[in-house]
Design a protein around this ligand. Sequence first.
Ligand SMILES: Cc1cc2nc3c(=O)[nH]c(=O)nc-3n(C[C@H](O)[C@H](O)[C@H](O)COP(=O)(O)O)c2cc1C
Length: 169
Amino acid sequence: MKAMIIYYSRSGNTEKIALQAQKDLQCEALKIIPEKAYGNYITSCLRVTKERKARVAPAFQTPIPNLQNCDVVLLGYPVWAQDLPGFVAAFISQCNLEGKTVIPFATYGMSGINWTLKHLTQLCFGAEIKYPFDSGTFKKGNYQTWIGQVRRLLYNEQETAVSSVSGAE
Ligand SMILES: Cc1cc2nc3c(=O)[nH]c(=O)nc-3n(C[C@H](O)[C@H](O)[C@H](O)COP(=O)(O)O)c2cc1C
């Protein structure tokens, strides 16, 4: 099975996970870049509030990738206003994810990835969403457990059982 990581990160938290996963899975990673950078935390919050009110889907400059040979898409984003960032949602809605497995991962302050999954399901038409993973500022997710699950899906790896031989010293 072939995987690809698609992600956005403004301040580096989600990127850390994306790049570690890229190393662990040895696959391509693509960062979604908004057309206009969001700047610092305050300017980002103000702009996101405006965009939500105006119901505009902000533009992005990253070309839509050809996912034809890809079976699994790991999709990473920060939780913004209890949702996916608007331009990330716009980007995903233009990807052809039909028949693929989408594995979402997110970083957040207080509200985890579950807030985003209903919207994500609507965006990933025809895809199966599996193994959502999140990691918060105060509640870290267990990356090793998650990436182990993903590896087993991709490589059909068996769980490495530590076998004990009875009677051995
Ligand atoms: C515009 C904006 C909105 C945010 N909204 C939320 C939110 O609704 N819930 C939450 O838990 N964290 C929220 N956060 C915090 C980020 O999700 C968190 O800091 C995340 O780890 C940032 O990821 P990044 O470093 O990859 O950009 C928000 C941050 C920004 C900039």
